[in-house]
Design a protein around this ligand. Structure first.
Ligand SMILES: [Zn+2]
Length: 515
């Protein structure tokens, strides 16, 4: 069972119930080697991971007898939730004739995995279309074969989606896998894409998989264990991750930070406060004997990864996932590229954005002009709002919010008396566009913070002009007044006046004379 607790963008906090307990998602499952694990699973649990993943094929090869007799929990000495990956990669690599789809499925049942994965055929980053197509077909065939032989209803089965970089194949794979009613879906093997930091491609792959699978099932992303990849994937709706990065990086002397990896030997300061980094100086850390250093680095890396996951969850809870991804995105140009292109998928991302949030929006960059909350208001103005009055007064936005509490509005009310009731009053607020005074206290129209002088954005200006003109036509407005106070409103007023007849005013006197 998978129950959603909170959402923001396509990201969600959920509870996934397995036979060994419940995991709160998003969750990262550290990879445990069934026979050569360097960091004890008990320590991994202590750090805060209550679910891990291990490789069914390697367990079968190295600990087959023990796992069959005692179960996987005892074999790898972990009493939390255990997912087993089928080991598709390894089987391919070694071309083992002793295992097949059926035997790997039954083995996972026998060892009592909590979450199991069918023996799939990963596409990888293969550009060859025929190869990719074949991997989709073989994976679907294996999915059907697996579901036909397994009987333990308590085990959650994962159906991997293949297709590599071919989005139409991902779509087909996702649709057909969804028909098989798996408990969990997974996007297969985008490892090379992630390693090359092609975040834009990764975004397209995840969104394609997500759009064509049921939203009430968790989505696992194979092989994502980097502090930049996880937040992006969370925002796009991935719920589960697995990675061996903590120990692989550890062996290579690589130290994870919130924004990427560094070579320990190149660092000047330890910038982490995990128990490892608090107990060692950088010099001591570097001069540790290789094996110990790899262990300690592995533990440190796990602390960074759990922090990343918790930061994502906190951002979802606060409704600040957009802001959080924006901060992360600045750490790598290609992540920024993917983030900047979120606007191409705004309908997909908007779905999980709550109508009301406990915190206001931070509008810091031109990118924020197309965030879902802003576009949602614009769509509402375009499709749902109709004015009853035929005179329209557009006022510049004020620091005081909601706008009906502003001085300009109370002065107008005082000076114009009942005349004001015949005029539809709206504010021009960057980047929302037109805000009718009646809506000005509705979230987020008075709950946002932005630069005192926002960056000028010609696209946004053009949108605003088009919106004003379209609203004037749609609402059969006969007279329009724009109150100019220089800068932004000046620019808009002049642009609108080129398209349509309007009255530019800048004082109550002027307005009264023209009314
Ligand atoms: Zn540390």
């Amino acid at each position: 069972m998978f129950e959603l607790k909170a959402t923001d963008l396509a990201g969600r906090i959920g509870l996934l119930t397995t036979k060994s307990g419940t995991i709160e998602t998003p969750a990262l499952l550290p990879v445990i080697h069934p026979s050569k694990q360097e960091i004890p699973p008990s320590l991994i649990k202590e750090i805060g991971f209550n679910a891990v993943i291990t490789n069914a094929y390697l367990a079968f090869k190295n600990k087959g007898e023990e796992a069959r007799n005692n179960g996987i929990h005892k074999t790898i000495e972990f009493d939390g939730i255990i997912m087993t990956d089928s080991g598709g990669y390894q089987v391919l690599e070694y071309g083992d004739i002793n295992v097949n789809v059926k035997s790997i499925a039954l083995f996972q049942e026998k060892i009592l995995s909590d979450i199991a994965v069918i023996l799939d055929k990963p596409t990888g980053a293969q550009l060859d279309r025929d190869y990719a197509e074949r991997s989709v077909e073989l994976t679907l065939k294996a999915a059907k074969e697996t579901l036909a032989v397994v009987t333990n209803k308590e085990i959650l089965w994962t159906g991997p989606i293949q297709g590599g970089v071919h989005l139409d194949l991902i779509e087909r794979s996702a649709k057909e896998t969804s028909n098989l009613n798996f408990d969990i879906h997974a996007l297969g093997s985008p490892t090379e894409i992630m390693q090359s930091y092609d975040f834009k491609k990764l975004t397209d792959m995840i969104i394609t998989a997500k759009k064509h699978t049921p939203s009430n099932k968790p989505m696992h992303l194979f092989g994502a264990g980097h502090p930049l990849t996880i937040p992006l994937a969370v925002a796009l709706g991935c719920d589960l991750f697995d990675s061996a990065s903590y120990i692989l990086y550890g062996r290579e002397g690589r130290y994870l930070t919130d924004y990427g990896t560094k070579k320990l030997k190149d660092m000047s300061y330890l910038n982490c406060v995990c128990p490892i980094c608090c107990s060692l100086s950088l010099k001591e850390f570097i001069s540790l004997e290789k094996e110990t250093r790899s262990f300690q680095l592995g533990v440190h890396n796990l602390y960074v990864l759990i922090k990343t996951v918790n930061d994502c969850k906190e951002a979802i809870r606060e409704g600040r996932l957009w802001e959080y991804i924006g901060i992360k995105a600045k750490a790598h140009p290609r992540l920024w590229e993917a983030y900047k292109n979120f606007s191409e998928n705004i309908e997909f991302l908007e779905d999980g954005v709550p109508i009301f949030k406990s915190k206001g929006l931070f509008l810091s960059d031109i990118v924020d002009n197309s965030r879902p909350e802003v576009l949602r208001h614009k769509m509402k103005m375009k499709n749902n709002i109709r004015f009853r009055k035929c005179k329209l007064l557009l006022l510049p936005e004020t620091m005081v919010k909601p706008f009906y509490k502003s001085r300009i509005y109370s002065n107008l009310k005082k000076e114009l008396g009942s005349i004001i009731d015949q005029i539809q009053i709206c504010f021009l607020a960057h980047p929302f566009g037109i805000i009718p005074i009646e809506l000005s206290d509705i979230y987020p129209l008075s709950q946002y913070e932005k630069a005192l002088k926002p960056d000028s954005d010609s696209n946004l200006d053009q949108d605003m002009v088009d919106d004003i003109v379209s609203i004037i036509y749609k609402n059969k407005i006969s007279e329009v007044f724009i109150w100019i106070e220089g800068g932004y409103t000046q620019r808009l007023g002049e642009a609108v006046s080129k398209k349509i007849e309007i009255n530019i005013v800048s004082s109550i006197e002027e307005l009264r004379n023209k009314l």
